[in-house]
Ligand binder design. Structure first.
Ligand code: 5GP
Length: 130
């Protein structure tokens, strides 16, 4: 059965899309830790990121770097933090989170609830910087 992220990539489940290339896809996390929290996902269905082929892993990291640079340009922050958890969704993904302080990368904290308009605006502003 397809993962929820594959369904998002295939357009079967809606998302706030940021970017896509041949092998990878980026969209906003639906429960963001901070404004501009992005998930970067390989199109290949693999649960554990370090089990991706070397080619797919390097492609994912290079794509994440491009998205992170656009994210930094679009959303005011000190740095873009990077995290890999995979505790919830069994499809490899990289979290990119705009940081003002290290506390912003605490996955235990209450997530933001942003309006659809605001989510769309954030996704568009990141996409424009790519
Ligand atoms: P992890 O697997 O890294 O522990 O967490 C999965 C992340 O995916 C969570 O931050 C969660 O908010 C996000 N997520 C789960 N389901 C969806 C979804 O259907 N759409 C989007 N945009 N994000 C999701």
């Amino acid at each position: 059965m397809a993962t929820i992220f594959t369904k998002i990539i295939n357009g079967e489940i809606p998302c706030y899309k940021v970017a896509e290339d041949e092998k990878n896809f980026a969209f906003l996390d639906i429960n963001p830790l901070a404004k501009g929290h992005v998930l970067v996902v390989p199109k290949t269905e693999e649960d554990y990121i370090f089990n991706l082929s070397e080619e797919d892993y390097l492609s994912l990291q290079a794509f994440a770097r491009k998205v992170a640079k656009a994210l930094k340009a679009a959303v005011p922050c000190q740095r873009v933090g990077v995290a890999v958890l995979g505790m919830e969704v069994p499809h490899a993904h990289i979290h990119l989170v705009p940081l003002q302080s290290e506390a912003d990368l605490d996955f235990r904290k209450t997530k933001l609830s942003l309006s659809p308009d605001e989510m769309q605006q954030i996704a568009n502003s990141i996409a424009e910087k790519l």
